[in-house]
Design a protein around this ligand. Structure first.
Ligand code: RM4
Ligand code: MN
Ligand code: MN
Length: 432
């Protein structure tokens, strides 16, 4: 393969020189402020360096809506080019060393070669995602009316086999988890029988579960609606939890932030799943109305913080079975996907660091003394702290960019890719 343009480490270091003095000053100032509260900034920076989030392979292409997709120049054309873009995000932010693949969108001809390609770029593979929400050209039976819960056993079998194929590919890639999201449900009341559909789901999932290697897990992803506009079958976390429990210890519930009705208290769902030992992890994104797949922290940053508050609380109190996987699941319709992914990954680190800033002793005291005003004030104090210097220094210490977007733009990456990858296909509709 001919040499493709890459952002060099030396270029990142050179760009960092521009911002270093200012960041160092801000970091020192913040260190002093935190010291007054007996907080060691170095501990927080170490935490910031430790947080990792997977990139979805489908997130590096330009997204679209039901109405249109406006492709940008230099889009990745295959899974290898997608990995190149993931590697670029990783190089600049350093907190995204893994990639989550969607099959068959990114089905590799030779998984072993793809694994090598990823490893050469410091990447590895996170959860595999199956796709039974659309029909492929070479597919025998249609998923128009469902997959794992379809009334026809032959369709269910086909969907089960597809999931098992995802596990097989994932084994070669070094993945350790399968995420199952199904679009099954109905557009109209009466279209499907809720109990029968759930029974069929469990029956199908039991077969998939049996195919999991010992060290694998399966993540069940719920979503209340869309594309089924009346209801989906796995519509909420309660249903997901019930199924995970029925399946066994390798099954847990994945929370996609966009898969809830507006105003649902997601941090409560997170707290419950932690307590029940069934929190698999997240698909991070943000939304205003539905499954908008906007950039994490762009609409409701306080909610993101409150979710991390629960996660950090569980981490600090060493809750058994607490080992969540973090992934972004976003659709970038109007931004450069690489920029959105970098900003989103950094927003997670920000929320994580802020959550570590919560004075837990003061919070517990306020809770025990029934002092809601002080309880909220304790959370707000952490949420309003500007931890930007910590996030930037953490990135730089790992070899990443102090300012990832500025460095990315200065590198001319997208222009280089436009030349390498050629013209993009005309506008198509589609969710990703
Ligand atoms: C769904 C869900 C799944 C994702 C697809 C593309 O709404 O979020 O996780 O794989 O979209
Ligand atoms: Mn998702
Ligand atoms: Mn979604």
């Amino acid at each position: 393969m001919e040499k493709h343009f890459e952002i060099e480490d030396a270029f990142i270091a050179e760009q960092n020189l521009k911002a270093r003095a200012e960041v160092a000053e801000d970091y020192e100032h913040l260190a002093k402020r935190l010291h007054r509260k007996n907080v060691d900034i170095e501990n927080l920076t170490a935490k910031a360096q430790a947080l990792q989030v997977a990139i979805p392979s489908w997130g590096v292409g330009t997204g679209g809506t039901r109405f249109a997709r406006f492709p940008q120049q230099g889009e990745p054309r295959d899974v290898y080019e997608k990995l190149e873009d993931c590697a670029t995000v990783f190089k600049l932010v350093r907190s995204t060393p893994s990639v989550s693949l969607h099959i068959p969108w990114d089905k590799p001809d030779d998984p072993a070669t793809l694994r090598r390609f990823a490893r050469e770029r410091g990447l590895h593979f996170d959860a595999m995602n199956s796709n039974t929400f659309q029909d492929q050209d070479d597919q025998e039976l249609s998923y128009k009316f469902g997959s794992l819960t379809h009334p026809d056993a032959a369709v269910r079998r086909q969907a089960v086999e597809h999931n098992i194929e995802c596990i097989e590919i994932g084994k070669v890639l070094g993945s350790k988890a399968l995420t199952v999201w199904i679009a099954d449900g109905g557009n109209f009341p009466g279209q499907f029988h809720p109990r029968r559909a759930l029974e069929r789901y469990l029956e199908s999932m039991h077969v998939i579960y049996k195919a999991l290697p010992d060290n694998w897990r399966v993540f069940l992803e719920h979503k209340l609606y869309e594309p089924a506009f009346y209801s989906t079958v796995i519509n909420d976390w309660g249903t997901s939890y019930y199924c995970a429990r029925e399946l066994g210890s390798k099954a847990a519930c994945l929370v996609d932030l966009g898969h809830h009705a507006p105003n649902v208290n997601i941090e409560m769902i997170v707290a419950r799943l932690i307590q029940l030992g069934k929190l698999a992890g997240f698909h991070f994104n943000d939304s205003k109305y539905g499954d908008d797949d906007l950039d994490a922290g762009s609409i409701k940053p306080f909610q993101l913080f409150l979710i991390f508050n629960e996660l950090v609380d569980a981490e600090l109190s060493a809750v058994p079975h607490f080992d969540p996987c973090y992934m972004l699941d976003q659709s970038h319709n109007v931004t450069d996907p690489i920029e959105s992914l970098m900003v989103s990954a950094s927003e997670l680190v920000r929320a994580y660091v802020q959550a570590h800033l919560v004075d837990r002793q003061a919070l517990t005291e306020a809770q025990e003394k029934c002092d809601p005003l002080m309880a909220l004030a304790t959370l707000k104090e952490a949420f309003t702290a500007d931890v930007t210097p910590i996030v930037a220094v953490a990135r730089e210490r790992m070899g990443g960019a102090i300012d990832p977007v500025a460095t990315y733009r200065a590198s001319g990456y997208r222009k280089q890719k436009a030349a390498e990858r050629g013209a993009v296909a005309a506008s198509l509709t589609g969710i990703v």
